[in-house]
Design a protein around this ligand. Structure first.
Ligand SMILES: Nc1ncnc2c1ncn2[C@@H]1O[C@H](COP(=O)(O)OP(=O)(O)OP(=O)(O)O)[C@@H](O)[C@H]1O
Length: 488
């Protein structure tokens, strides 16, 4: 266990690292992050004894660092410094074997079977086995970094101190290195302290993170607490965006360019153009909208500038509708990556639009409805799950404004509630249960925001934006239902 108590110090009279305290438990990965020159490497040097602090103390396993002999310390701590001079005439295997010296009795003793095994393991885990026989100067920067890491691993120390270990590594080796470290901390109770520049890697792999600025502690906690947008923006003086990782419980930090070349002005909705033909209605925009949708193409969150409501026959069937739809888009010379696409068997000429605009906001809604397959959600459990044809209510909502993710989620509810009320008022029934329908089983909704202009934190039914959206959805769905009913 590492225990750092009120460490201050640096290279001259002025301390670089100021009054830092923390402990790292066995089996923990502890990361140090912070801007260039914030003192990360300096702090690491105090832990492996390359620098003497002015004040404060470093304890390793309840013993002061200064009480360890050099060889004792080398068996306890392995270090991967930021810049390492290697003897370039050495082969890869020879460099990795150097890691075994702390375990040998004298400089001229030969490697034991255990030494050989550890060297082999370390080379395998870092993927350098294939060039074991090559001299170091024949390797690329990333390959050299992996050899030096293998040397640190071969040292079989309880504590690994790593200064930017993923430097020079391509993404697959970054992941495999950090996966290996994670595994080793769990299996062998290895303690890892790593200086990392990549905040996302630090967030994904660390148990705790220390955030440094000008040698002082800004935060020290679990990544979810340290990686707060405002905190990081203040430390790094740059605009960031934080969201949650899509598949692991970890924050994800994205950079935001300082020059945003979005072309939208207050007339974002006026810039939309609508083209109809017998197969589809296409709403296109010169710029990208941030979307949240249940569309066939572009579901979830995305950025799109082409919005297509495609008419298909009632008997439409495709084993892989997304693939088939993508192919359709290609035949129409539409870029799949730019497109959010829904399908419907409803008649496009029944489609209706509504727009509500004033000083408080600008919302445009377009909807189509076919309700032959209408469903009462409260009774749906009684129905068979056999696939139904694509009679559907599709709702496209465009909002000029900057929405939070919470607002997107709330607007989904608001839009759904408005749709349900339209079905109620138009007396649309579930044909099986003969009770009021709440939708069809294949309805889709898309919310597109320009992410420019006024900021909307909320989208609930009585929020500024929710009121407009609810009314526009209600009006457009009522109108398209009227068109559908009149034609029948
Ligand atoms: N050997 C040295 N002698 C004098 N000053 C030094 C020395 N090494 C580093 N410094 C200074 O100490 C400060 C902190 O450096 P350190 O290397 O600890 O920062 P860091 O956070 O690791 O930065 P980076 O992200 O750029 O690697 C810097 O201002 C640097 O110029």
């Amino acid at each position: 266990m590492i225990h750092i108590q009120r460490i201050s110090g640096g290279y001259g009279k002025e301390p670089i690292v100021k009054d830092i305290s923390f402990h790292v438990n066995a089996g923990e990965i502890f990361s140090i992050v912070g801007p260039n020159g914030s003192g990360k490497s300096t702090l690491l040097k105090f832990i492996y004894g390359a620098l003497e602090p002015m004040t404060g103390e470093v304890n390793i396993d309840q013993r002061s660092l200064s009480s360890y002999s050099q060889k004792e310390l080398a068996r306890k701590i392995a270090v991967l410094p930021q810049h390492t001079e290697t003897a370039f005439s050495f082969t890869v295997r020879e460099v990795v074997e150097l890691g075994r010296y702390p375990h040998q009795k004298g400089w001229f003793s030969t490697n034991t079977k255990n030494d050989e095994d550890m060297v082999q393991h370390a080379m395998k885990d870092t993927g350098v086995e294939a060039f074991a026989h090559l001299p170091m100067d024949m390797l690329s920067g990333g390959e050299k970094q992996r050899v030096l890491l293998a040397r640190a691993l071969a040292q079989e120390a309880d504590i690994l101190l790593l200064d930017e270990p993923t430097n020079h590594l391509d993404i697959s080796f970054q992941i495999s290195l950090l996966d290996t470290l994670k595994k080793w901390t769990l299996d062998k109770k290895l303690t890892v302290v790593a200086v990392l520049h990549d905040l996302n890697m630090a967030a994904m792999y660390s148990d705790r993170v220390l955030l440094l600025k000008d040698g002082t502690e800004q935060a020290i906690d679990k990544p979810a607490y340290v990686m707060e947008k405002e905190k990081l923006e203040d430390v790094y003086h740059t605009q960031l965006y934080r969201r949650e990782h899509p598949s692991v419980p970890s924050p994800l930090i994205s950079l935001v360019p300082s020059e945003n070349d979005h072309s939208f002005t207050s007339d974002a909705i006026d810039q939309l153009s609508i083209h109809e033909n017998k197969d589809h209605t296409l709403i296109s925009s010169p710029d990208y909208w941030k979307t949240l949708s249940s569309a066939v193409i572009g579901a979830g969150f995305g950025w799109h500038r082409l919005f297509i409501n495609r008419h298909v026959d009632k008997s439409y069937y495709a084993e892989h509708p997304e693939e088939e739809f993508s192919h359709y888009l290609q035949t129409q010379q539409l870029d799949v990556a730019d497109t959010a696409g829904m399908m419907t068997a409803a008649r496009l000429e029944d489609g209706a639009a509504a727009r509500l605009t004033d000083a408080e906001g600008d919302v445009f809604v377009y909807a189509t409805a076919g309700v032959a397959n209408a469903v009462d959600a409260s009774r749906a459990y009684k129905k068979s799950s056999s696939p139904v044809s694509v009679g559907t209510i599709n709702i496209w909502i465009f909002i000029h404004g900057t929405l939070t993710e919470a607002a997107y989620a709330q607007l989904m509810m608001t839009a759904t509630e408005a749709k349900v009320k339209a079905l109620f008022d138009k007396n649309i029934k579930d044909p099986d249960t003969e009770t009021t329908a709440t939708g069809t089983s294949t309805d889709s909704v898309l919310i597109a925001a320009s992410q420019q202009g006024s900021k909307y934190d909320y989208g609930g039914t009585i929020s500024v934006l929710g009121k407009k959206t609810a009314k526009a959805v209600y009006d457009a769905v009522c109108q398209t239902l009227d068109n559908y009913i009149c034609r029948k």
